[in-house]
Design a protein around this ligand. Sequence first.
Ligand code: KIV
Length: 285
Amino acid sequence: MARKKVSINDLYRKKAEGERVSWLTCYDFPTAQFQEAAGIDMILVGDSMGMCVYGYQSTVPVTMDQCIVHADAVRRGAPTAFVMGDMPFMSYQESDQVAVANAGRFLKEANVDAIKLEGGIRTVSRIKAIVDAGMVVCGHIGLTPQSSGQLGGHLAQGRTADSAELVIKDALAIQEAGAHLLLLEAVPPELSSFITKKLHIPVYGIGAGPDTDGQLLIVSDLVGQFQAFTPKFVKKYCDVAQVYMEAFSAYIKDVKAKAFPEDQHCYHIIKGEEENFAEMLKKFG
Ligand code: KIV
């Protein structure tokens, strides 16, 4: 029987009942179909597509148009998962109006359930504006890749008392602004555990230890597809790079050796047409 669509109410119920939420990034239709069939609760169409799909050095070059195309494909592949669109760099920083317009595009053009944007206290006005427009919003603090230049690189945050205090203040400000969900990236488990208990909104983690209301991983890390580097918090569940390499190498070998295609892969002249075919060829000498 088809699963009922996962709603924001389900995510709050899961927090109340202590049921952990499974969350993965996804960028394309077939992978979304597999995640949906496996029973994933949530999907993030992350701006990590910049590195995982487009081969950029960072998430910064990713555009709204790219995000919409990928989110639309994922939505079609995962009709019942809770799908979230990730606001790319400069799609919300400029003003509340720009932020609302771009968040709205995710809902109107890709039919997502929620949007996510990076930043703590400094994004409060954007969060309020998008929530006031009727959308479900997820905050994202700790390590925020779009502003990793200011952080001095892709570094874990909140590892000293002073730095942890800033993360807690950001979390409280995001909840106060009306965000429905919060994502903590690369912070100590001691800190994420405190924030998860302190906040009434669901708090999820990537690289934030086991005590959050749910876990997010980047699909390309989980399946062993992303090759550039592997963050400490990643667990590889399979190695598709090896599966791909074996298949591609075998194909190249077969083509060179004329071992592919075999007869079973061929469309022969229809039975009874052989003589006509031979006759027709004579016209060409
Ligand atoms: O784009 C993304 O996948 C993200 C995660 C790194 C949290 O924002």
